[in-house]
Design a protein around this ligand. Structure first.
Ligand code: AMP
Ligand code: GLY
Length: 420
């Protein structure tokens, strides 16, 4: 079959890598893709936020199956457009993607289905929000309601920080995303990510992971999109996964179906674990980045069969074949990230690295220039390895990094520390 993956990051490179290994895949196109993806698949520079453009591209290229990577096209209704055109699609409708696109909506769903999460209140007015935050006291969490590229959440450890965050959000720092603000109880604990495929009825867990949000070693410095990840997440024991499925994920799926907006695709539950209990931090309506890189490393070619079963409503008959393995990915970023950074520096040594079922460098933000690979984003490479133990996976990943020459880049040296 001909398959189109939408997106351009390390997540999409990892999806493409897994999909391409499956003999069902004839032609693979990634739009817009990046330099690493272009070495293994066709790339196409189309506007992936425009449903009509994606549909005509699919018709012109006889695409049989569309996999939507990032949240923005989902929130923009691209999966609605392709499905309406009769094209098999992996990813939720815009109505169901509200589980990521609106934090207030997610809280409303949790309340309706009894899923454990932080207590909250929602505001469209700064004075009322300030009064609430003052009355609750710090620590407290201030969230812009809408999509803010991962930046709309402020965990305020002091009251002045909370008030400043409220003022910034209502002052337009996050544009329309901050027109409504959600204020939440601060949850202590350890965070982990739980990935579940659902066709609207059946839920199939496909793995757990933990990422490292802070830029510096020892989880210090500013927040980023994620500096590394590993799978499985030991904190999410089989018992906790079963409970999270029963108490959080399945009730959500039933509530979405009951409302006439069934959820189809991957539901990524960010969980906070404390004292043997899991509570929902947030939902994402797509695979995590860089968590997908470690999930795909472990799932391999079966990822395509699972996504197809999901899109075709056949998840009840699908099974995941687990190996007792571990995967770990280290993000290499351009110096300065998550602040200002430069593009265009040349990365040497990539062609010397192995590419097999245990080692893979996924490209997150690269371009090709005169036959060389250059940095073209903040997060640039995801150096990923698999092993029988987490330590083995980590050692393999860092050994690969030792072969790269890229003075303008950096990475954390302690990915996986919590589990090691
Ligand atoms: P993001 O993934 O950018 O939405 O970041 C949200 C992050 O903020 C989460 O990963 C948590 O680390 C943190 N966070 C969000 N809500 C809470 C909460 N209620 N209590 C504690 N931390 C939270
Ligand atoms: N790694 C976090 C995310 O994808 O949202």
């Amino acid at each position: 079959m001909n398959i189109l993956i939408l997106g351009s990051g390390g997540r999409e490179h990892a999806l493409a890598w897994a999909v391409k290994q499956n003999p069902k895949c004839d032609r693979l196109i990634v739009a817009p893709g990046n330099a690493g993806i272009a070495q293994m698949a066709e790339v196409a520079g189309i506007d992936i936020l425009d449903g009509a453009t994606v549909v005509s591209f699919c018709e012109e290229n006889a695409v049989d199956f569309v996999i939507v990577g990032p949240e923005a096209p989902l929130a923009a209704g691209v999966a609605d457009a392709t499905r309406a055109a009769g094209i098999l699609t992996f990813g939720p409708s815009a109505a169901a993607a509200r589980l990521e696109a609106s934090k207030a909506f997610t809280k409303e769903i949790c309340a309706a289905c009894g899923a454990p999460t932080a207590a909250y209140a929602r505001f469209t007015d700064a004075a009322a929000a300030r009064a609430h935050a003052t009355a609750q006291g710090a620590p407290i969490v201030i969230k812009a309601d809408g999509l803010a590229a991962g930046k709309g959440v402020i965990v305020a450890m002091t009251a002045p920080e909370a008030l400043a965050a409220i003022d910034d959000m209502f002052g337009g720092e996050f544009g329309a995303a901050g027109a409504e603000v959600v204020i939440e109880e601060f949850m202590a604990g350890e965070e982990a990510s739980f990935f579940v495929l659902t066709d609207g009825t059946t839920a199939l867990p496909i793995g757990t992971a933990q990422d490292h949000k802070r830029v510096g070693d020892g989880d210090t410095g500013p927040n980023t999109g994620g500096m590394g990840a590993y799978s499985p997440a030991p904190v999410l024991t089989p018992e906790l996964q079963a409970r999270a499925l029963d108490q959080i994920v399945l009730p959500t799926i039933r509530e979405m179906a009951r409302r006439g907006t069934p959820y189809q695709g991957v539901l990524y539950a960010g969980l906070m674990i404390e004292n043997g209990r899991a509570r929902l931090v947030e939902y994402n309506c797509r695979f995590g980045d860089p968590e997908t890189q470690v999930l795909m490393m472990r799932l391999g070619a079966q990822a395509l069969d699972l996504m197809l079963a999901c899109a075709e409503g056949r998840l009840a008959e699908a099974r995941v074949n687990w190996a007792e393995d571990h995967a770990l990915t280290v993000v290499m970023a351009a110096r300065g990230y998550p602040g200002a950074y430069e593009k265009g520096s040349v990365i040497h040594g990539l062609s010397r690295l192995p590419e097999d079922s245990r080692h893979m460098v996924f490209h997150a933000g690269t371009a090709e220039k005169g036959g060389q690979i250059v940095a073209n984003g903040g997060r640039v490479l995801n150096v990923t390895a698999r092993g029988d133990t987490l330590a083995e996976a980590r050692n393999r990943a860092y050994a690969m990094i030792d072969h790269l020459t890229w003075p303008e880049g950096f990475c954390r040296s302690d990915i996986g520390w919590r589990a090691l």
